[in-house]
Design a protein around this ligand. Structure first.
Ligand code: NIG
Ligand code: FE
Length: 361
């Protein structure tokens, strides 16, 4: 027996020949919300588009209404439920956004819920301020006053209270323009926040190129990214975070992963867990979709939820196994790493170890 194994401070775990991987990392989630949107799901199923529902005052705004009305305890309870769902699939770290309050106090309240969950739940949280998710109803006639609240109050306060590591925004027709995102990102950088962006989900607005130029850590979605934007993105260090669950729910074409890989862009995968465009906590299902619909190899799908997802969060200490990594592990009842994307929709995760302790299974 190796000497270190005799150390009583070291706990032993017999995985019994099962598949052991780094704990999975979900680099894009919206887990703090109240209410569900089954009705909208059914409308989309019957042919209404996500943007059509959004522009008619449903979509994000309907979750904002429910979230504003919920107590902090209700948000913690629902958030905790979402975290449990994620953990069961082998996920040990998530990026998690605010974005369903859209007032200064409300967004800070959501970030505090995330901070509380980070402290009491096994999953580690990398929090993002997403005040720029959409223009809230009460500011519809005066978007400038809302943008100024984000720049002058939300960003400085979230940064000063260390409630967010990233600033995110939604760059889209019906949400924020590239000029507005540039102003918001300038403020975020000034306050020491790193950047990520919802970009080119339905239309290419040039958001990903702008974000990459501004040094964003990730650009997310990219279902509608143009060949020209892919070329520009390929010259940056920015990671592309692809969200096949949102493409599936919104009946969009899958993001052009093969072209992104060919341009040398690092590609990660996320669930986009949220009540509107992607109601799933299954990162392994995203791996399956990536292999079956987007041209990923099984190896690329694994890299996308471990090493590259960690890169998209600027976390070199997770997403791999070894001395320079913390002991986050997922254990699967599977004889081969390819089983996980191959058996789609099934959960093979039988145990999760977070920072060296068994937290599930
Ligand atoms: O990543 N597209 C913008 N934001 C989310 C959806 C949020 C919602 O519909 O509630 C997304 O798809
Ligand atoms: Fe999202």
């Amino acid at each position: 027996m190796e000497e270190w194994l005799a150390n009583p401070k070291i706990s032993k775990f017999d995985a019994g020949g099962r598949l052991v991987t780094p704990g999975l990392i979900d680099p894009h989630t919206h887990p703090i919300f109240a209410g569900e949107r089954c009705e909208e799901f059914d409308l989309k199923a019957q042919g209404r588009s996500y943007l059509e529902i959004h522009k008619a005052g449903g979509g994000i705004q309907s979750t904002v209404n429910a979230t504003r009305a919920a107590s902090k305890d209700q948000l913690v309870d629902n958030g905790s439920l979402q975290f449990d769902r994620l953990l069961r699939w082998g996920i040990t770290t998530i990026e998690a956004k605010s974005g369903y309050a859209l007032t200064v106090d409300g967004e800070l309240r959501l970030l505090k819920v995330l901070q509380q969950l980070d402290g009491c739940h096994a999953i580690d949280v990398m929090p993002s301020l997403l005040g720029a998710h959409t223009i809230p109803l009460e500011h519809k006639g005066d978007r400038e006053s809302y943008i100024r609240q984000i720049i002058e109050q939300m960003i400085p306060q979230a940064a000063a209270e260390k409630l967010a590591q990233f600033c995110d925004a939604y760059c889209e027709d019906g949400a924020f323009s590239t000029d507005e995102v540039a102003r918001i990102f300038d403020a975020a950088k000034k306050h020491g926040l790193k950047l990520r962006l919802h970009a080119e989900q339905f239309t290419d607005q040039g958001g990903s190129v702008l974000a990459a130029k501004m040094g964003a850590t990730s650009v997310d979605h990219l279902e509608a990214i143009s060949a020209e934007s892919i070329r520009a993105l390929g010259e940056s260090e920015t990671v592309a975070v692809l969200l096949p669950g949102a493409a599936l729910t919104c009946k969009s074409a899958m993001p052009p992963a093969s072209e992104l890989f060919a341009a040398g862009i690092p590609v990660a995968l996320g669930t986009d867990l949220n009540p509107g465009s992607s109601m799933t906590a299954s990162l392994p299902l995203m791996m399956s979709l990536a292999c079956m619909q987007m041209g990923f190899s099984c190896d690329q799908a694994w890299q996308a939820v471990t090493r590259v997802a960690a890169q998209s969060l600027a976390r070199p200490d997770i997403g791999h196994l070894g001395k320079s990594a913390i002991a986050d592990l997922a254990i699967f009842d599977a004889p081969d790493y390819r089983y996980i994307p191959y058996h789609y929709g099934e959960n093979h995760c039988s145990a999760v170890i977070k920072r060296g302790r068994v937290v599930f299974g």
